[in-house]
Design a protein around this ligand. Structure first.
Ligand code: FAD
Length: 320
């Protein structure tokens, strides 16, 4: 079923969903099941699976010189989606990137997903690769998520890249398309108004709902929703939530995701005596965030699990 149909069906009830990362290359599908098995009691209608493009690495050769090569550390998104749907009977939402894909690659990936009865995708640009200062699309690939949304929407209408494709039966795909939104602005955007203008382009191109970057201050989400609505966007806006449970995250989260952390959270994590106490602080913070968002009637609470099901389980138990 399409993600937005779940929202329509639930009416004012807040749903729950989860995001998982493919295991590191060489890892097993069991790691995903170990994360999800304990979370299925909360009956998520859909589960997102992230996509990871290849990264550049530098390998030291016997000669002493470093050689640049590339590696995908977390492949397997499509297979994981199929396995999740098979095991749990819930919908999987693969993330699909502009980065690393030509338009032809995208078309073929969407055909695979259609055959697997995947009905939802989260369309994203992806980040710059390490050692590249800015995002560089593939030759013949998409530069912005808007262009990817356009291609998916065109395929939903039975429009393929070439005239030779047999589309006499019309479209075989009907993807519900999600896109990313940033309550604290995407870091490359010169200002929030410009970021929202581009967000509107994604929606006008055919996107059906928005999932936000994580945030730790609900007011940022509420202000963002107001600004998005004022920009003329009326699709559901799903808050993305991640518990902050470790000391190093006080620096890594702002550095990697360009978001601010509230003073009270920083103080509480810093003052906690040990790892378990810090975890409890993070859980309590996330429970408070989740309860308030739920009371305000958000369509869904979307948790970034990062393989830590016991933390997410503790939060979900207190909220749902
Ligand atoms: P876009 O919407 O294309 O925007 C990127 C930047 O370009 C923004 O600053 C925007 O304002 C600007 N822009 C947009 N259109 C134009 C235009 N026409 N002209 C000029 N500027 C423009 N990354 C992964 O690699 N894998 C994942 O699985 C993944 N999952 C994610 C899930 C969520 C919920 C979120 C919030 C992010 C995720 N990301 C993932 C990270 C994402 O790929 C990065 O944040 C990336 O830098 C931007 O992607 P986007 O789709 O928001 O890009």
């Amino acid at each position: 079923m399409r993600v937005t149909d779940y929202f329509d069906q639930a009416k004012d009830k807040t749903l729950i969903s989860f995001e998982v990362l493919p295991p590191l290359k060489g890892g097993s599908m069991q790691a995903i099941f170990d994360t999800l098995d304990p979370l299925m009691e909360f009956k998520p209608p859909f589960i997102d699976v992230t996509y990871h493009r290849e990264e550049y690495i530098y390998k030291k050769r016997a000669s002493g010189y470093y050689e640049k090569s590339s590696i995908r550390k977390r492949p397997g998104t499509v297979g994981i989606c199929a396995a999740i749907m098979h095991r749990y009977g819930v919908d999987a939402v693969p993330h699909l990137l502009c980065g690393g894909f030509t338009r032809q690659d995208t078309e073929n990936a969407l055909i695979d997903l259609g055959f697997l009865d995947v009905q939802n995708v989260l369309a994203l640009r992806g980040d710059a690769r390490k050692f590249e200062g800015k995002f560089i699309p593939e030759k013949e690939g998409h530069h912005y998520a808007t262009d990817l949304v356009k291609q998916i929407a065109a395929m939903n209408k039975g429009e393929y890249m070439d005239d030779l494709t047999d589309n006499s039966e019309g479209s075989h795909t009907n993807f519900c398309i999600g896109v990313a939104g940033y309550p604290e602005k995407h870091f490359e955007a010169p200002n929030m108004d410009i970021d929202l203008r581009y967000l509107k382009e994604k929606i006008d191109a055919g996107a059906n709902y928005i999932v936000t970057q994580m945030f730790f201050d609900n007011q940022k989400y509420f202000d963002y929703v107001d600004a998005v609505r004022a920009a003329g966007i009326d699709v559901p806006i799903v808050p993305g939530l991640k518990p902050l449970t470790k000391l190093y995250q006080l620096n890594s989260i702002p550095r990697l995701f360009y978001i601010d952390l509230p003073d009270d959270l920083v103080k509480a994590i810093s003052a906690a005596k040990n790892g378990e106490a810090r975890r409890q602080v993070g859980i309590e913070w996330s429970i408070a965030q989740s309860k308030e968002l739920k009371e305000r009637g958000v369509p869904c609470l979307h948790y970034y699990t990062m393989g830590d099901s016991s933390t997410i389980q503790a939060i979900a138990k207190a909220v749902f």
